[in-house]
Design a protein around this ligand. Structure first.
Ligand code: GRF
Length: 215
């Protein structure tokens, strides 16, 4: 069983999707800890409901980014973590920590990267009248939202308000993120010399999983 750490900043709905997937034995892994940089993040309540170990590492308590990153690093290393999942974790991690865990740390981003790295992705999709929107899951590298892509989930943009769009994006996040984690824990997905390597996975396009969702 792989040892998983989940880093959050907010509601933790993706965390809960991962928890459920582990409980259903779809993921051959165990969540060893949930780390939040926000002390009152709702995700911490969800984690406690399932008796998971939680840890607040509040970025406001540190003089600089390096010390914040180092504290996360030391905590993760104590637990011998195999896979670090950034699931709605809203702090940028620095070069040292991202290099150290390159190939071991994945991020969920709500856009079809390389489109719209950073914030406000849903607004940008609507403003630009994009026909498609979606999510990306990628290995974390020192460059923001730019590491090797593992998977994308795609939906058609309808004439709908932004809340509905965000809601649909959440739904596909809750499907695709656990799916990717399951493949990584089974060692069907891994990073080899900067390239994502896939084993026993059929729906590959341009060397990544692309799932189209009709919901
Ligand atoms: C997700 O939509 C993720 O893509 C974005 O933040 C949101 C986190 O949601 N970066 P939750 O905390 O998992 O509910």
């Amino acid at each position: 069983m792989k040892k998983i750490a989940v880093l959050i900043s907010g509601s933790g709905s993706n965390l809960e999707a991962i928890i459920n997937s582990c409980a259903e034995n779809n993921i051959n892994g165990e969540i060893m800890c949930v780390i939040s940089n926000i002390p009152d993040a709702y995700g911490l309540k969800r984690a406690k409901k399932y008796n998971l170990r939680t840890k607040v590492i509040n970025h406001m308590d540190f003089l600089n980014r390096e010390e914040f990153d180092l504290t996360i690093e030391e905590y993760l290393d104590k637990l011998n973590i195999d896979l670090i999942v950034l699931a709605g974790f809203m702090r940028i991690l620095g070069k040292k920590i991202t290099k150290k865990y390159f190939g071991k740390m994945i991020n969920l981003h709500p856009s079809l990267l390389p489109l719209y790295p950073g914030l406000d992705t849903h607004k940008k999709v609507i403003l630009n009248k994009d026909k498609l929107h979606g999510i990306s899951i990628h290995y974390v590298s020192p460059l923001l939202d730019s590491g090797p892509l593992i998977a994308q989930g795609v939906i058609k943009v309808r004439k709908e308000d932004i809340e509905k769009l965000i809601n649909r994006i959440h739904k596909i996040e809750h499907l695709l993120l656990p799916e990717v984690i399951a493949h990584i824990c089974n060692e069907n997905i891994r990073l080899e010399n900067n390239n994502v390597s896939f084993k026993n996975i059929k729906n590959l396009t341009n060397n990544m999983i692309i799932n189209n969702y009709d919901l």
